[in-house]
Write a protein that binds this ligand. Sequence first.
Ligand SMILES: [Ca+2]
Length: 518
Amino acid sequence: MKIILGSILLHSYLLGNESNPPNVLLITADDLGWDSLGCMGNELSGLTPHLDRLATEGLLLTQGFVASPICGPSRQALYTGRLPQSTGMLGHGNQPPKWWNATRNNSLTQSITTKLLKNGYLTGMIGKHGSQWCQFSAPPHGRNDQTGMGRNPEKYTQFTKSFLQRAKEENKPFFLSINTHDPHRYWARHPSETIEWVKNMLDGSSWQEFRNGKPYPDPETTFDPADCPIPAPYPKEEKIKEVLATYYDSVNRMDQIIGEVLMVLEKSGSKKNTLVIFLSDHGLAWDLSKWSLYPSGVRTPVIIRWPSLIKPGQIDSSSIISVVDISPTIAEICGLDELVGTDGKSFFCLLNGKKKAWKRSWAFSCFNYMNNDPKIDETIDAYSRTLFQKFDQYRPSRAINNGDFCYVWNGWADGVSTLPPTMLGEFHSLLPSLAKNPLDVDYGNYLQKRDFIKYRATEELYELSNDPGCHKNLAKEPQYKDKISEFQKSMKNILKKTNDHELNSFLAYTEKSKLYAK
Ligand SMILES: [Ca+2]
């Protein structure tokens, strides 16, 4: 009762004389690196004009972290406010795994979309999926033919227009989730982005052809590779710039889609009382980013605009937020009671100028599965600490990021096990040819890096102020002993609190490492 009353009071306070509850427009990018926006410091001219403008109209939080560097679990955490170990949504394929279901259940998990729907909101979605707990007022527009494979601005504009119109006709506040597939691979004009591939993706559906014969236009930009910044994990090589130019073209097409959707919102007259939130689901689709727990894999900008409350032009570069905080924040702003079992908390205080009240000092992220094969899943009845040895798609890693340091524990990295081929991407395959004549003399040995990507180290620590690309692992350096203990303690706490299945394995590792230290 107390909570409900609190919500109502807060609601009235928030809205002042405004009698309508706020609308929510949640926008996600797919596989967008944290530093690939102009407002995040990317110097490529004309890259993301619409998102840069959105940031100037509201608050840019530069230290956001997703729960997992892979689509499925990252998006599940966004909508439920729960970490993967709490929902059992540990990766792609069969989820939760049979062994997870044997000891835990997720029957209490809630999603923000379902809660809003039950509280009178019109809820909708276009593009990449939400969560099994997400209910919408109408089936989500998720199919490739409905979105032009997530790359056709026109499809997004039309959908948004008719959705906002419906909200007006039904006199309801709305929650709309807009999800672009850009800049997910294939990046623009990739040789594998053939009409055959498109046909396969469209699964027999017909489409209206653009000039390129595809159901979406080529990006309006063709960035010059010479101008393209190289993110910190990668060597300064011409070949890297060449490939990344096509990524940046795809980033620009993503920005175009978002710009058009924001224009529809503005024209509808709902801009002032609509909370707009933008974030990425994880980093760009290369080794050391996607599938990795370094900032390049899990850090995301979070842009929030809400003219009714948020002062424009704010940049907050110090507050750490986790993706699991987003749904609790939406719930508070919309006057709902709290989501059950959430691992996050509302950061409303960061929006109304009461920053001191925000207590989060680090964010937890994890990786579990690439793809859990149903047939193999059927054969595994119980979790064991050696599961990763039996099944190369299970590669448990845990991380804590606090903006200054990145701490990673790879439970599978025993010096023998490797990442599966499905988690070795284009950068890994480029390295041998680059190694023949390496141009970046400061980068280190390219072939050693290739091995590192494949095998990793059990424990990793990076000091980001002088090593933003996470190249120098400090975990075994004596002067970082206290820092390591501090991170191990925080890790133990979060694994215990969330009943993480890898807790005992982590405890065994820390005990063993203590013995070695003696
Ligand atoms: Ca993704």
